[in-house]
Design a protein around this ligand. Sequence first.
Ligand code: ATR
Length: 274
Amino acid sequence: MDVYGLIGNPVGHSLSPPMHEAGYGSLGIDARYVTFEPAPDDAAAAIEGAGALGVAGLNVTVPFKRDALAAVDPAPLAERIGAVNTVDFAPVRAGEADRPRGHNTDAAGVKRAFAHHGVELDGRDAVVVGAGGAGRAAAFALADAGAAVHVANRTAERAAELAEAVPGATGGGLDDLGDRVAGADVLVNATSVGMDEPEATPVPADHLHGDLAVLDAVYAPIETRLLREADAAGATTIDGAWMLLFQGVEAFETWTGADAPVETMNAALRAELE
Ligand code: ATR
């Protein structure tokens, strides 16, 4: 039996175990997915320890994504983003490497969530609201897919700093967010606005329009005010569970080498969110 897992702190509410185990069950893979809660400074020790115990793969979440980078051999996109959320021990187990491979499937999750909904990113104008961990992954993902990215953030300096690292991106505060969104094809909410607050929205309704595809990284609640108002404006809407699903799907495929049973994993995830 293979063991996969997640390190985070806190990790108790994670939706990943049922999502991944539904995938193993569907494909007849003999594996388990468990959660671990190391102390906040122990990312490297936890990853090394998991490798020593024969764990096959680890997901990494808050607050360990940046520190995990130092404990792995990072894939190019993970290195550019500066954060790792998926560790693959296969190269070490095969005796081909000293350190596990580190990926950032949050970025792949953004790209695949749009692709699943038929949204073309290449050559499009995209606005990412938020410049934290989720905003970083989204901005790099969209730029990597060929979009021209503008990062808007409450703290403008944070947006400018992120935009400097992302090829071709611009960054600024929220003052001109309305004009930016009016001229955009793609919008990502990567702030926590709307999380557990059904009436809060990061982008006022009058800026939304029918030519927009909107991804909200918030998944609790699953239907945010932003998505409700975007839908009313005629936009394509993609909820946060799709991003969560596809980062998991990408990790699953990286670890197992199999095509993930996307529908089964989606059903398991959404059953948890109900
Ligand atoms: P994560 O890793 O989930 O992205 P984070 O690093 O704490 O979390 O980032 C949270 C993001 O939400 C930031 O972009 C934050 O803006 P600041 O950089 O100005 O803090 C944004 N955010 C949080 N609350 C907000 C609010 N009430 N209005 C606007 N932006 C907000």
